[in-house]
Design a protein around this ligand. Structure first.
Ligand SMILES: Nc1ncnc2c1ncn2[C@@H]1O[C@H](COP(=O)(O)OP(=O)(O)O)[C@@H](O)[C@H]1O
Ligand SMILES: [Mg+2]
Length: 256
């Protein structure tokens, strides 16, 4: 048999195996997952444990039984595309990206999350450690005792939610702004995961550099969301506007 035909048949078979995990995956995405499986020497990808508007999370396991989380961005719908454009415009790191090409936008979005994770991890923020990016798929550290994911802040037993946890979370926001020089931009009890009592920030694709026009507004919104959640449980919180200004000033992006 012609070896070229053989290789392409082989590839289709691998792709079919990935599709068993999720028949809805398009062929390019299945290929991206295969590439990541090769790079990280993953043995198996499990069924998705979470799916939101823009992405789906698949646990995966390597030869040493270590778990990873694969975040797969969907090929965009009209609404997520609009919200993507809103964030990318004005971010100097994405100058020159064509805003008309949907596929390009989704790749840009995944790349944005990957780079933000690297920048935050490098600054000492608790985030899932990023490993590999291939097109619309980000491979990162799995938070939890795989395949069971760790709880979101909103799923945490209320008896475990106290002032100390709130302060730990504010400390992560502080590191994000002053050391990573980013504003998360979608922070709430839905994007904080609790691992052994420590808050981890997830879902950082939309995070903005502190220099961005909307940075202060986004930071105020992030802090307000967290405060609303903790105040409902009777926990004392920090003053939002003052804290936002102080953090941005310490990041060197506000002069007044
Ligand atoms: N690294 C991870 N380890 C374990 N679970 C994760 C990880 N990242 C995300 N999740 C789970 O998947 C869900 C969706 O991920 P998220 O990044 O918030 O995407 P979305 O944009 O769909 O909200 C989260 O609410 C969380 O429960
Ligand atoms: Mg989320």
């Amino acid at each position: 048999m012609n070896p070229i035909v053989k290789r392409s048949q082989r590839r289709r078979k691998d792709e079919d195996n990935v599709k068993v995990v999720d028949s809805a995956l398009d062929s390019r995405t299945a290929q991206a997952i295969l590439e990541i499986m090769r790079k990280l020497r993953l043995r198996r990808v499990l069924g998705s444990i979470a799916s939101g508007k823009e992405a789906r999370i698949y646990p995966a396991i390597d030869e040493a039984e270590k778990y990873y989380a694969l975040k797969v961005y969907y090929m965009a719908t009209a609404t997520s595309k609009r919200s993507t454009i809103k964030y990318i415009q004005g971010d100097p790191r994405f100058d020159g990206v064509s805003l008309g090409d949907t596929k390009e936008l989704i790749y840009t979005w995944a790349k944005k999350e990957f780079k933000n994770l690297i920048r935050m991890a490098g600054a000492g923020v608790r985030v899932p450690q990023p490993f590999v990016l291939v097109r619309n798929v980000v491979a990162m550290e799995f938070l939890g005792d795989g395949p069971a994911r760790a709880p979101l802040l909103r799923e945490l037993d209320p008896s475990l939610i106290d002032a100390a946890l709130y302060l730990k979370l504010i400390e992560q926001v502080e590191l994000t702004v002053t050391k990573a020089r980013l504003v998360h931009g979608d922070l709430s009890e839905y994007n904080v995961v609790i691992v052994r009592g420590e808050p981890y920030l997830i879902d950082v694709g939309q995070a903005l550099p502190v220099e961005h026009d909307k940075a202060e507004e986004m930071l105020i919104r992030d802090l307000s969301n967290l405060n609303r959640f903790f105040e409902r449980l009777g926990i004392e919180t920090v003053e939002v506007e003052e804290t936002a200004k102080d953090l941005l000033k310490r990041a060197g992006s506000l002069t007044s």
